[in-house]
Design a protein around this ligand. Structure first.
Ligand code: PLP
Length: 387
C-alpha cells in the first residue's frame, strides 16, 4: 500500500546520506573518542567535524555545542543550568504552549521545588501576549524559556525580540528550537540575547536519541548529566558517536535544504491548505497563517473526532497527527489548542499535517483526493454534524 508520510513534526526519515556517514562508525571505526590511541582519536576527530557542522545550522562556534541524548534533555539541561547559576532567583517565564519537555519541567519546579512560573498566554492565533511577557520579567526571574516555533501549529514566536529584552534586563534566555531547526534560518551570532538553544536530531532527518544544546560562549554551564570529562565536562557519558556523526551530516543537509523548504514545501503546504478549506465545509486553520513554519498545517474539521479521522487516514496510508492530548491518554484537545481557545467542535477534529523536503506534489494530490470523502463519511455518522 502507498504510504504518504506527513508527520514530520513527530519524526523524520533518516536520509541515506546521513546513514552512509554513520555506518563505518558502528563496526569498523568503533573506538572510544576519549581513548589515547589514534584508533579512538580518529573517531574523536569525526565528532569534532560533526560539532562544526551542527554549529553551522545556527551560525554558532563548534565550541558552543554540547551533544545530548534528545531535545528533552537539552531543554531540561538548559533550564536547570540557568536555575543553578541563579540560586537566589525563584521565578521562571515560559509560554502556555510549550512542548512537555519544557512545560512539565516547569510544572514540576512550580509544584515540587517552590519556583514561581509565569506561563504567558497566547491569543486565538497562537501569538504570545507580549504585554504580559514584558511585565512578567522581574529581578527575581532566573530564566525565560520560549519555543522558537510551535510543534502543533507551527506558529513562530518573536524570539529575537524577546531575547533582546531579556538581555537588557540581564535575564538568561533559552529557546527550544527543536521544530524551527531546518525549517527557518536561525543565527545566534545575530541574536546575542540567546544564551541557550535546543535542537533535536530526529526532527531533521538524523536518528532518534541524539540532540544538541547551544551554550553561548561565556555562559557557565553546570552539567545536568554529571559524570566523565566528555563534552569538556558539560555532559558526562560516552558519546553516542554514530548518531552524533549522523546529526552533523543532517545539519549540513538541512542548511542546504532551507531554500526548498521555504519555496517548494511552503507551496505544497499552502496548496494542501487551500484545497482542503475549499473542498471541506466547516474547516478552519489553527494558528497565525502569516507567522508559521513553512511545513506545518493544523486544520480542524468541525463535528468529528481527530482520532477517527486518523484511523481512516491510516487505512488510506496517510500518516499525520491529531490535535488531542493523546500522549497523556486523553482525547481532550491538546493544551496548545486549549490555550488558543480554539472552539471545541473544531479542536476535537484537528489534524496536523507536517511536511518535509521528502514530500512530493503527488503526495499532496493524494491527500487532497482522500480527505474529503473521509471527513464526509465520519460526518454522515456524527450526531453533532446532523444537528
Ligand atoms: N521540543 C519540541 C518543540 C518538540 O517538538 C519536541 C519533540 O516533539 C521536543 C522538544 C522533544 O524532543 P525529543 O523528542 O528529541 O526529546
Amino acid at each position: 500500500m502507498r504510504i504518504v508520510y506527513t508527520d514530520n513534526n513527530a519524526t523524520t526519515r533518516v536520509l541515506p546520506e546521513v546513514l552512509e556517514e554513520m555506518l563505518p562508525y558502528f563496526s569498523d571505526q568503533y573506538g572510544n573518542p576519549s581513548s589515547m590511541h589514534s584508533f579512538g582519536g580518529n573517531v574523536g576527530k569525526k565528532i569534532d567535524e560533526a560539532r562544526e557542522k551542527t554549529a553551522s545550522i545556527i551560525n554558532a562556534d563548534a565550541s558552543e555545542i554540547v551533544f545530548t541524548s534528545c531535545g528533552t534533555e537539552s531543554d531540561n539541561a538548559a533550564i536547570m543550568a540557568a536555575l543553578e547559576l541563579n540560586p537566589d532567583k525563584k521565578h521562571i517565564v515560559t509560554s502556555s504552549v510549550e512542548h512537555p519537555a519544557v512545560r512539565n519541567l516547569c510544572r514540576f519546579l512550580e509544584e515540587k521545588k517552590g519556583y514561581r512560573v509565569t506561563f504567558v498566554p497566547v491569543d486565538s492565533k497562537g501569538n504570545l501576549d507580549m504585554d504580559m511577557l514584558h511585565t512578567s520579567m522581574s529581578r527575581d526571574t532566573a530564566v525565560i524559556s520560549l519555543m522558537w516555533a510551535n510543534n502543533e501549529t507551527g506558529v513562530i514566536f518573536p524570539v529575537e525580540e524577546v531575547s533582546r529584552k531579556a538581555r537588557e534586563k540581564g535575564i538568561l534566555f533559552h529557546t527550544d528550537a527543536v521544530q524551527a531547526a531546518g525549517k527557518i534560518p536561525m543565527d545566534v551570532k545575530n541574536n546575542p540575547g540567546i544564551d541557550m538553544l535546543s535542537l533535536s536530531g530526529h526532527k531533521i532527518h538524523a536518528p532518534k536519541g541524539v540532540a544538541a544544546l547551544y551554550v553561548k560562549k561565556g555562559i557557565k554551564f553546570p552539567p545536568f548529566m554529571k559524570g566523565g570529562h566528555q563534552e569538556k565536562g558539560r555532559r558526562g557519558g560516552t558519546e553516542n558517536t554514530t548518531s552524533i556523526i549522523g546529526l552533523g551530516r543532517a545539519c549540513e543537509l538541512a542548511l542546504g535544504h532551507l531554500q526548498d523548504m521555504d519555496t517548494r514545501i511552503r507551496g505544497l503546504r499552502d496548496r494542501l491548505q487551500s484545497e482542503l478549506l475549499s473542498m471541506i465545509p466547516a474547516s478552519s486553520v489553527n494558528g497565525d497563517i502569516d507567522r508559521r513554519l513553512p511545513n506545518t498545517l493544523s486544520i480542524g474539521f468541525n463535528a468529528i473526532e481527530g482520532e477517527s479521522i486518523l484511523l481512516l487516514m491510516d487505512q488510506a496510508g496517510i500518516c499525520a497527527s491529531s490535535g488531542s492530548a493523546c500522549t497523556s491518554g486523553s482525547l481532550d484537545p491538546s493544551h496548545v489548542l486549549m490555550a488558543m481557545k480554539v472552539p471545541f467542535e473544531s479542536a476535537h477534529g484537528t489534524i496536523r499535517f507536517s511536511l518535509s523536503t521528502d514530500t512530493s506534489s503527488e503526495d499532496i494530490d493524494y491527500i487532497i483526493e482522500k480527505m474529503p470523502p473521509i471527513v464526509q463519511r465520519l460526518r454522515d455518522m456524527s450526531p453533532f454534524w446532523k444537528k
